[in-house]
Design a protein around this ligand. Structure first.
Ligand code: ZN
Length: 246
């Protein structure tokens, strides 16, 4: 099965639309690693699309914060302000959908989905040593995770961990053939708010039969996403950071 792996869309409709146009025809199923909403200005349009197109999904901390979970108390000022705005903007149907999202990890088509790490949905996995720690808790050989907004992958074989070669900033894609006797923790990056100094929307394609992973970046209309954020009266920082990719 050819899967489109999306994470951390964060209400950014312009980025989501660019990803879908770029990936058209290249997948049979869509999965999502959480944080559908929070930060940007189109929570309903994005959730409407996710509700009707995503086959397997886990909840993110922002999906919880935007639907009444006390996790909001741990948020910084701009994230909190956006979560409160999103709470008041979501339709009843979308709020109910987001509230009902399952906690990860979850298995789909032989691989695992989680928002943070497979052992803790709120854990950030950024470094190789953090990944090595989590490898003991993997529910499947191939595990996709999000939450950090960094497009990166880690491999493990016989106690040795490595980082997949980082994508070339000038390239729009990087392909990796996953090896049969290794374990993987893979982050497709964030569709709606990349934080790896590359402002392009990030996503992954994964073919469960060939075990080919493709990490892609795509340009989108950042200026429009920024003007939507400003029109909504959300913090200027949330518009500013999209152009910087942090
Ligand atoms: Zn996120």
């Amino acid at each position: 099965m050819r899967c489109l792996i999306l994470s951390d869309i964060h209400s950014n409709l312009q980025a989501l639309e660019a990803v879908l146009k770029d990936a058209a025809g290249a997948y049979d199923a869509v999965v999502c690693l959480g944080d559908v909403v929070g930060y940007a200005a189109d929570p309903n349009a994005v959730t409407d699309w996710v509700r009707t197109h995503v086959l397997a999904i886990v909840r993110g901390n922002h999906d919880r914060a935007c639907t009444g979970d006390p996790v909001i108390d741990f948020f910084g000022d701009s994230a909190r302000e956006a979560a409160i705005w999103t709470q008041s903007t979501l339709t009843d149907q979308n709020r109910t959908y987001l509230q009902g999202l399952p906690k990860g990890p979850r298995l789909f088509a032989g691989f695992s989905l989680s928002h943070g790490s497979p052992r803790d949905e709120d854990e950030y996995v950024i470094t190789k040593s953090e990944a090595l720690d989590v490898f003991l808790h993997l529910p499947a050989e191939v595990c996709f995770f999000g939450h950090t907004h960094l497009q990166i992958g880690f491999g493990l074989r016989r106690g040795r961990a490595w980082v997949l070669p980082p994508p070339d900033l000038d390239a729009s894609q990087q392909s990796y053939q996953l090896e049969p006797d290794a374990w993987y923790l893979l982050n497709p990056g964030s569709v709606g708010q990349p934080r790896d100094a590359d402002p392009r929307a990030a996503y992954a394609l994964y073919d469960t039969e060939s075990r080919l992973l493709v990490l892609r970046r795509v340009n989108y209309d950042i200026a429009l996403a920024q003007s939507r954020i400003r029109q909504a009266g959300l913090p200027e920082y949330l518009a500013h950071r999209l152009a910087a990719g942090h």
